[in-house]
Design a protein around this ligand. Sequence first.
Ligand code: NAP
Length: 347
Amino acid sequence: MQDLSIAVVGATGAVGTEFLRIAEQRYAKLPHIKALASSRSAGKRLSFGDRELVVEEASEESFAGIDIVFISVSSEVSLRLGPAAVAAGAVVIDDGSAFRMRDTVPLVVPEVNGADVEWHQGIISIPNCSTTPLAMVAHPLHRVNPIVRIVADTYQSVSGAGSAPVVELREQSRDMLDGKAANPKALDHQIAFNVIPRIDRFLDDGYTMEEQKMRQETQKILHAPEIRLSATCVRVPVYVSHSAAVHIEFQRPMPAEEARELLRAMPGVTVLDDPAQSAYPMPWDVTGTDEVFVGRIRQDSSHPNGLVMWIVADNLRKGAALNSIQIAEELVARNCLKPRHQSGVSG
Ligand SMILES: NC(=O)c1ccc[n+]([C@@H]2O[C@H](COP(=O)([O-])OP(=O)(O)OC[C@H]3O[C@@H](n4cnc5c(N)ncnc54)[C@H](OP(=O)(O)O)[C@@H]3O)[C@@H](O)[C@H]2O)c1
C-alpha cells in the first residue's frame, strides 16, 4: 500500500472524511493521494498527515497513473466514474450500491470472503453498512452450523445517509428544545426525538431497498443464496454507528456459549456480553472503533434452533471506509491489483 497512488472520490463526504482519517493513520507517507469531489468542493483544502490535499473536481480524466480509486458517492456518479477509472488502469473499490449485485463484481468483507478479490475485473464493491456487521457475525456461526433464516431489525444512525442528516439531527434537536418546529430537509421526516421505519425507497413487496440489500448482499458475501432473511431497517436519532437486533435460526441447536466462543475467535469481532455488569455494545461507545461488537447473545425462546443477539458497528469505519482500505490491503497481499480476467464491467 505504501507505494501506491490512490484517488478518493467523495473525499469531502461522511465516508470520504473517515477514509482520509484512517488512511492518514495507516499510510501517512503515501506518495500520491488525490482528493476528488464535486465542483462545489474544488479548491477546498483537506489535511492529510503533514500535507494538505487540494480537492479537485472528479471527472473521467481524473485517474491517469492511479492504482486504486476509492469511490464514496451516489450510484449515479459511481456508474459514470467507475468504468472510466477501470479504463485508465485502476482498480475501483466502490462504497455504493451501483455495482454490488453484478456477477462480475466481488462484494467483499475481507475477514469473511477476502479470496473473492481474486476474481475482480476492475471493480470491487463493499456491502451496505448494516450488511457488513451482520456478515461478520453470521460467517463463523454459519461455517459450523448452517444458517436457515435470519430476522434482522436495524437501528441505523443518521450518518449512514451522509453528512447532511448529521447536521440536520443537531440543528433539529436544538430547534425542538427551543420550542421551534422541526423542518426536515435531508431526511423525509423529523428525526430528532423520533425514529423513521424506512431507509431508501419502497419496493412492490412492501420492503425497502435497504432491506432487500441486506438480504441479497448477505447471501452473496456468505455464498449462501439459500439463507432466508427478512429485515426491517429503521433510522434512529444517533449520529454514528448502526445497531441491529438479530434472530438467527440454524439447522441444529446452537448453544449461546458455543456461539460466543466462535465469535471470540473471529477476527474483527468483539464479544461484549456480560448482562450482570450491564455490559453490551452501544453506538456511543462503539463509534470510532474498528471492530464489530456483539452482545445479548441468548437462546431464542420462540425456536429450538434459534439464537438472538445485538450487533453494533461504526457504519463509517467497518461499515464503509475501513472495509474499503482492508480490501485494498487484501488486493496487495494477494498480488491481484491487476485483474486476472478481462474486464466485463461497463457503465
Ligand atoms: N454513510 C455510510 O455509513 C455509508 C456506508 C456504506 C456505504 N456508503 C455509501 O457511500 C457513498 C457516499 O456516502 P456518504 O455518506 O459519504 O455521502 P455524503 O456525506 O453525502 O458525501 C457525498 C460525497 O459525494 C461527493 N459528490 C457529490 N456529487 C459528486 C459528483 N458529481 N462528482 C464527484 N463527487 C461528488 C460529495 O462532494 P461535495 O462535498 O463536493 O458535494 C461528497 O464528497 C454512498 O454511495 C453511500 O451509499 C455510505
